[in-house]
Design a protein around this ligand. Structure first.
Ligand SMILES: Nc1ncnc2c1ncn2[C@@H]1O[C@H](COP(=O)(O)OP(=O)(O)OP(=O)(O)O)[C@@H](O)[C@H]1O
Ligand SMILES: [Mg+2]
Length: 439
């Protein structure tokens, strides 16, 4: 009967296939569990269909119990008056339940869920109830409730199954996708609007003014460059995200790579009279994808050049292999007042060694409260000057994804007015040619 209700929910689109499957399995388990442990006398004709199909034996009942105990989804059986008769460990953890005793309304302060459970206890079919909580952290839950027919109790009572499906990560992913689309289209619309404005002017009063035309064309060129940079960054981000779960297999010498990136950025350093120096041991081999590591170094060094004042120095330092703690928390480089934050970190075991690349500039620095948002897509610290062409705010988001794929880390140390040090670290190539951090 309960399974039928769930199948109907699924057919009418109220529940997803996985939810339905989990709920039916749970329901079958619960019914069996209930049949063998709670009910005293049994009347075959009033048994729930799931129990009849299962022909429970002691072994089946034991399996159903194990299933419930290990199911990572909170499941409860609510008895007459809203009393919690059974709660699996996931439910107890979710609701912070100690002993089994207690009433649902005292542990779950969600009037709509309590009301729906009340209706199910009268034998009514009820729709799933969604609710959100904001404290201690924002979470979204879908409560699936099904009435369970009275069985052989001396005084028959309906019971209710309550499943609490945590949908927080689904909701968060949905919102991130929506924000991302809104941001991306906003970022593209700004240069497009400005292009349309200039074209209009060129067709109108600037038509016969060669000087104005040259000036406007130069701005239009900058705007189209910005759009193509943005599109390239977006494509790069989606490519990296797509294979983030596939660990890289190459063997890359970061010293050689940093030298190549520095040569590539020659024109930008010359424009700002920046002295870019490299301090590096030889060799500094890490496991990685050469092109992606190049993108990481290029982004960090380009940022240092972009935000550093004219006529200053940028230092790229590559440190010999060290432990995770040493690369993530070195002695402060910019002094004790500097804000420090880890933006990405690997899950690493003991004995793993990493090579760090630190890029230090004497730019404006970043306030502590802005550090946390640095690797967010499209985030730019407000009021910061980065030269003629403004960045897209995607560079560090790309760096973070590449670093995650490489099982590496990304940290920042910064003092407002005193410069910044952005560091990345990657697992070294071991003697056997296998990286330290591969599963
Ligand atoms: N070295 C730095 N010094 C000061 N602020 C920095 C530095 N690096 C990054 N930032 C701040 O962090 C923000 C995000 O950096 P990110 O590299 O993601 O974007 P961007 O440089 O603005 O654009 P893009 O790299 O996509 O061209 C920057 O807009 C800037 O405000
Ligand atoms: Mg950048």
């Amino acid at each position: 009967m309960g399974s039928l209700v769930l199948v109907l929910f699924w057919l009418f689109g109220e529940l997803g296939f996985v939810e339905t499957f989990v709920a039916i399995t749970t329901f079958a388990g619960l019914s069996t569990f209930y049949y063998l442990t709670v009910s005293t006398t049994l009347n075959a004709s009033s048994m729930p269909s799931a129990v009849r199909v299962a022909h429970p034996t002691d072994a089946v009942a034991a399996s159903a119990d194990v299933m419930l105990q290990h199911l990572p989804i909170p499941v409860m059986l609510i008895g007459p008056g809203g009393r919690i008769e059974m709660a699996n460990p996931a439910a107890r953890e979710f609701l912070g339940l100690g002993a089994l005793e207690g009433h649902l309304s005292s542990v779950l302060r969600q009037p709509r869920v309590i009301e729906a459970v009340g209706a199910a206890l009268q034998g009514e079919k009820v729709q799933p109830v969604e609710y959100a909580t904001l404290a201690p952290v924002e979470s979204h839950v879908r409560a699936i409730i099904a009435p369970i027919q009275p069985t052989g109790d001396s005084v028959p009572h309906w019971r209710a199954m309550l499943v609490l499906a945590d949908e927080t990560s689904i909701k968060r992913a949905d919102r991130m996708r929506a924000d991302f689309l809104a941001n991306a289209s906003h970022e593209l619309r700004t240069p497009l609007t400005s292009l349309a404005g200039f074209i209009e002017t060129l067709r109108g009063h600037a038509k016969d003014d060669p000087e104005a035309r040259e000036r406007f064309l130069a701005i239009m060129f900058d705007q189209t460059e910005r759009m193509s940079r943005l599109i390239n960054d977006l494509l790069s981000l989606s490519r990296i995200e797509m294979d983030e779960h596939v660990p890289p297999i190459g063997d890359v010498d970061l010293t050689v790579l940093a030298g190549e990136v520095i040569a590539l950025l020659g024109p930008q350093t010359a424009d700002k009279k920046i002295v870019l120096s490299l301090e590096a041991p030889e060799p500094a081999r890490v496991v990685g994808d050469r092109d992606q590591l190049m993108e990481v170094l290029q982004n960090l060094i380009e940022n240092a050049i972009k935000y550093a004042p004219v006529d200053s120095g940028v230092l790229v330092r590559i440190e010999p292999a060290q432990s995770r703690d040493q690369v993530e928390r070195p002695a402060p480089i910019l002094g004790d007042d500097a804000g420090r934050l880890t933006l990405a970190a690997p899950k690493s075991g003991p004995g793993e060694r990493y090579i760090a690349v630190r890029v230090r500039d004497s730019g404006p620095g970043i306030k502590r409260r802005d550090l946390l948002r640095l690797s967010e897509r499209f985030y730019r610290v407000s009021g910061q000057k980065s030269g003629a062409s403004e960045g897209t705010g995607l560079g560090l988001a790309i760096v973070k994804h590449i670093v995650n794929r490489h099982r590496g880390g990304l940290t920042v140390e910064s003092v407002p007015g005193g410069g910044s040090v952005f560091s990345v670290f990657f697992p070294t190539v071991t003697k056997a040619g296998v990286e330290a951090d591969r599963p």
